[in-house]
Design a protein around this ligand. Structure first.
Ligand code: NI
Length: 187
């Protein structure tokens, strides 16, 4: 088990479609998931996808702190072969950041409400619904499995910014940074 280097925007492994996991008895699977957890925690992320540590398989993980989800904590969830179904055509724009795009943030449209399903390490399938930040994190992570990074989803590219610059400008104006609420946690 180890903390692995995180692939950055431009890396081939982040551009391709990751492959379904079919061998749930593969002894490399629990080891890979352990490495992903360690890497995510070390990077202070709220989510991570296997391609981000160089492994083109359809595995993601995330958690949602209660403070960012109307008081409801979503514990660490490891998802193999996840599938998302939007429950509404409506989207909302909010700040996102990504461990593969360090230092930057931008406002990204995401579906307000989704249903998602996944397999656990034994191959058993589960399903949940999600809204708001919870739904946003799941959409961000699953995009990594299809070679999509959040800047590719931004409709208003004037929002794409360095976090440090936004912070310095807000501080200079004595304003509270809207970003502090939603834009700090990278995934
Ligand atoms: Ni990301």
């Amino acid at each position: 088990m180890a903390v692995r280097p995180i692939a950055r925007m431009g890396a081939e492994v982040l551009k391709r479609r990751a492959e379904e996991v079919t061998e749930f008895t593969d002894p490399a699977l629990p080891a890979l998931i352990s490495d992903m957890v360690e890497t995510m925690v070390a990077a202070h992320g709220v989510g991570l996808a296997a391609p981000q540590i160089g492994v083109p398989k359809r595995i993601v993980m995330f958690f949602v702190p209660a403070g960012r989800n109307n008081g409801v904590d979503v514990p660490l969830t490891v998802m193999i072969n996840p599938v998302i179904t939007p429950l509404t055509p409506e989207t909302n724009d909010d700040w996102e950041a990504c461990l593969s795009v360090p230092g930057l943030t931008g406002k990204v449209p995401r579906y307000n409400s989704i249903r998602y399903s996944w397999q656990d390490i034994h191959g058993q399938r589960f399903e949940r619904t999600a809204e708001n930040f919870h739904a946003r994190v799941v959409q961000h992570e699953c995009d990594h499995l299809d070679g999509v990074l959040y800047p590719m989803r931004i409709t208003d590219l004037t929002t794409l910014s360095f976090v440090d610059t936004l912070k310095a400008e807000a501080e200079a104006k004595g304003e509270e940074l809207e970003l502090d609420e939603e834009g700090e946690a990278a995934a």
